[in-house]
Design a protein around this ligand. Structure first.
Ligand code: AMP
Ligand code: MG
Length: 503
């Protein structure tokens, strides 16, 4: 049996970048440093309630150790710390943020890579500001299930190994309406090549601390981008181009599966182009470019579904600005940004070809389809699965995917289908079903699992975890339960249609 204590632990980040000389301690501004050493806060009753066997296998783990995974103990080799970073929140520079409730245990050698293990919700750190450093069960269930679901969908993401309850309640004002209530606490152990964000670089640039910025960039290039062999400005440009490319890929993948991140602040943008920090995210049910799950963003809808590629580009510009003091010739950054737009468009066109089973992108057809989606409330996931096997321009074959079918549009749908069927590739169904998932973590599905988990019944978490391991498979035994439109009770229920950042 192999447990966490038997893994090969490393601390490259701590040894290669400048750190805070003070260990633990109160909330403060941490200057000239990329991290602060801090231990997780012990909790009353650590209990593992969900486990990713797939992630465990990658790490070579077959022993589940609740006290290490909830932060009650650390083992030899672990050197816990929290990271210092800043970020633009909703378009405004917010200064130092940092890991207010995340504590990295260390890195471990796994298979062919090195992965960082981090506890989210493990207690206060120097970056906790006015908050408690903890996480509630509902948001932790959402993070655990969604990161694993995204992985199995093939969308770049950070991962989750385990979800523990803590045996203590914490207080949250879920809708910021002056009605705080106690909720069960939890800790997720999450896993990624690193948790470096755009904001990790921004904080040093914004403070004019070029020396710390340079150390962090050198560490990042050496550790995470060793395949880049150029030097000087060229190396930085190659690196930023790659970040642009992986970021473009990630956001187009979100569009492919109908995912809305909800808080694309620059501190929530991974340097690896991975989906990171699962907060008030949501899944498109009725296809709608304007939809956002985040109640804090309802007014401006900055982070709405259809705007994600543009916002990622905006964040990328902030990263480029942060790196610019290290470049001799900053003009090249402009080209780099332009190439983000080009790459994005290429991925976007390919995504539509794949989703529709076409050989060639057809702008008019895609735009008409999006228009029809917006006129007849249409379930995105069900639509694309059914479309794969439609043979005649008969809108009746797609009936179950409409929430609100406007019969005045019958003619337009029929016309669209006729045009579409004239252009599709022969035998398209199999390939389409490999890019259009049958099962995603619909908002209300996660909420049902949370409702049960709050009653100490964790069976639905396991059921959804297993279901979402094979999102493209038919799984006929699961169809009547989960291949269905959003039920009416979920249309306006908090947690299903609206989520706050409180977690
Ligand atoms: P997020 O919206 O989750 O990306 O968090 C934004 C910032 O708030 C990050 O610096 C988090 O570490 C911090 N934060 C969020 N929740 C808490 C909490 N309960 N305790 C301490 N810091 C938190
Ligand atoms: Mg965050």
């Amino acid at each position: 049996m192999k447990g966490l204590a038997d893994l090969d632990w490393l601390s490259r980040f701590l040894h290669e970048t400048p750190g805070d000389p003070v260990e633990g301690g109160p909330t403060r501004q941490v200057l000239n440093a990329c991290w602060s050493r801090v231990n997780p806060t012990p909790i009353p009753v650590p209990r593992i309630i969900a486990w990713s066997d797939q992630m465990a296998q990658t790490l070579g783990l077959d022993q589940r150790d609740p006290s290490l995974l909830a932060g009650n103990q650390i083992c030899d080799g672990m050197e816990p710390y929290s990271q210092c970073y800043g970020g633009h929140q909703f378009g405004t520079w917010a200064g130092q943020l940092g890991d207010g409730r995340a504590i990295t245990l260390g890195e471990v050698k796994a298979d062919k890579s090195v992965l960082e293990l981090q506890l989210k919700g493990a207690g206060r750190t120097p970056y906790s500001r006015h908050a408690d450093g903890k996480a509630v069960l509902r948001s932790s269930v959402r993070e655990f299930l969604c990161s694993e679901a995204m992985f199995h969908l093939g969308v770049p993401t950070t991962r989750a190994l385990s979800l523990c309850t803590t045996g203590e309640n914490i207080v949250r004002d879920m809708f910021y309406d002056g009605r705080p209530a106690e909720e069960p606490g939890a800790v997720v152990c999450r896993v990624a090549p690193s948790f470096l964000r755009f904001g990790s670089f921004q904080i040093h640039a914004m403070r004019g601390d070029e020396s710390t910025l340079r150390s962090l960039v050198e560490h990042t290039l050496k550790t995470h981008f060793p395949h880049l062999k150029s030097q000087g400005d060229q190396l930085l440009i190659d690196w930023l181009s790659e970040v642009g490319q992986t970021t473009a890929h990630m956001v187009i993948e979100w569009l492919r599966v109908g995912f809305v991140h909800g808080v694309m602040n620059s501190d929530n943008m991974s340097i690896h182009g991975l989906t990171i920090d699962y907060g008030p995210y949501g899944w498109i049910e009725g296809y709608d470019h304007n939809w956002t799950p985040n109640t804090t963003d309802l007014q401006n809808r900055r982070y709405r579904f259809g705007q994600q590629p543009m916002v990622a580009g905006w964040n990328l510009s902030r990263l480029f600005e942060a790196i610019s003091p290290l470049l001799k010739n900053t003009q090249r950054l402009q080209k780099c940004l332009e190439s983000y737009d080009e790459i994005l468009l290429g991925y976007y066109h390919q995504m539509w070809c794949d989703k529709l089973g076409l050989n060639q992108y057809n702008k008019e057809m895609v735009e008409e389809l999006i228009g029809l989606f917006h006129s007849s409330e249409t379930d995105m996931t069900i639509f694309f699965r059914l479309l794969a096997t439609v043979e005649k321009p008969n809108i009746g074959d797609l009936k179950i995917c409409f929430y609100d079918f406007n019969s005045a549009l019958k003619e337009e749908w029929t016309q669209w289908l006729s045009k579409y069927l004239a252009l599709v590739k022969p035998n398209r169904a199999q390939a389409m079903n490999r890019v259009n998932p049958k099962y995603v973590l619909r908002n209300w599905m996660a909420q049902l699992a949370i409702d049960k988990a709050e009653q100490e019944d964790f069976t639905l978490i396991e059921e959804l975890y297993q279901l979402l391991k094979k999102p493209y498979d038919e799984q006929p035994e699961m169809e009547s339960k989960w291949f269905v439109k959003r039920p009416e009770w979920a249309r306006n229920r908090p947690g299903c249609s609206m989520l706050s950042c409180s977690s």
